[in-house]
Write a protein that binds this ligand. Structure first.
Ligand SMILES: Nc1nc2c(ncn2[C@@H]2O[C@H](COP(=O)(O)OP(=O)(O)OP(=O)(O)O)[C@@H](O)[C@H]2O)c(=O)[nH]1
Length: 307
């Protein structure tokens, strides 16, 4: 094998903007004629984010678990498989928002793969508002800090949701945690992407000093057969018990025809009309802590109209 495959790990909590960044990176890299692979890890049984990956990019989905623990071995073997089967220039690994990065780095530097790949670095995406407000459990705070600490580049995303003074304070706070990383403020991950291509991995996999605690994230899927009332769903999701960190999936709306991508993260709901005419199942994946599954199922059913 001639050249080693560049590996980039995309990290950042649920809904911070990893897929938004990945979509831009894939377009940017393909424009330069590079052949790409994506390994996408999601907590749920179904992949929602893979919809952003173009058909000519090699895609592997690792679902229903986390590549930093139960799927760590699978990540190494999938990378090896990709490297042996396709002539790729780069592989992007989108980790779940709950991943511990050192374990993901270990999987990327496993003996079975280390001669085929060049780990360029970890890019962590931060949700600016969530980081500033800090409305989250202590464990989650620790995890987000860890994701920033181990990054080689940090995209401080969603700065449209905070003001200029807050932004300055936030950038300084991030610098204090990780002064060596490239730090870039962004809206919808719209950055000079060439800055990411030149990053270098600074940390080594010897740093097993952190305690490996786990967020007790609860993930489940709710089928949404009928069109939903957008405003009602938005309002009711704000009222569910526990900490709802993320919800996403495909739904139809009662007010307009067509399939829509639904995204909920940190109190903000977005609907985006699907341009691709693929046959997506209408269902929503919910991820959070201390969620009441039955309550959320009832909520979703109350927001649906009868056809
Ligand atoms: N306001 C605002 N919304 C954004 C920005 N970047 C992304 N979003 C929206 O935030 C939602 C989540 O973005 P994703 O890119 O899917 O986030 P993610 O980190 O891949 O999410 P998971 O894979 O579920 O962890 C989507 O609705 C995006 O359109 C931003 O800079 N500002």
């Amino acid at each position: 094998m001639a050249n080693k495959i560049d590996i980039y790990i995309l990290s950042g909590f649920l809904g911070s903007g990893k897929s938004t960044l990945l979509a831009r990176l894939l377009e940017f890299e393909q424009y330069q004629g590079r052949k790409l692979g994506v390994i996408m890890n999601e907590m749920g049984e179904k992949s929602i984010d893979s919809a952003i990956v173009p058909g000519d990019v090699t895609l592997k989905e690792l679902l229903n678990g986390c590549i930093c623990c139960s799927l760590q071995g699978t990540l190494s073997s999938q990378m090896k498989d990709m490297a042996d089967t396709y002539e790729l220039d780069a592989i992007y690994i989108e980790s779940t928002g709950a991943a511990h990065l050192i374990e993901v780095v270990d999987a990327c530097t496993h003996l079975s793969i280390v001669h085929n790949v060049d780990l360029k670095g970890i890019v962590t995406v931060v949700n600016a508002k969530q980081w500033l407000e800090g409305r989250m459990s202590g464990k989650l705070k620790k995890l987000l800090k860890e994701q920033v600490k181990h990054a080689d580049a940090i995209i401080v995303n969603k700065i449209d949701t905070i003001d200029e003074i807050e932004k300055d304070g936030l950038m300084e706070g991030i610098r204090t945690i990780n002064p060596e990383a490239v730090r870039i403020p962004a809206v919808f991950a719209d950055i000079d992407l060439s800055r990411l291509q030149s990053i270098k991995r600074k940390h080594t996999s010897q740093e097993h000093t952190h305690e490996h605690y786990h967020l007790h994230l609860h993930t489940f899927t709710v089928s949404v057969k009928n069109p939903v009332n957008r405003i009602q769903l938005e309002k009711k999701l704000m009222e569910v018990s526990g900490q709802l960190y993320r919800a996403k999936g495909f739904v139809r709306l009662d007010e307009t025809p067509g399939l829509h991508l639904f995204n909920y993260s940190y109190g903000v709901t977005m609907y985006e009309r699907c341009r691709q005419q693929k046959d997506y199942t209408t269902e929503l994946v919910f991820i959070g802590e201390n969620l009441n599954e039955e309550q959320i199922k009832t909520t979703v059913s109350e927001c649906q109209t009868n056809e």
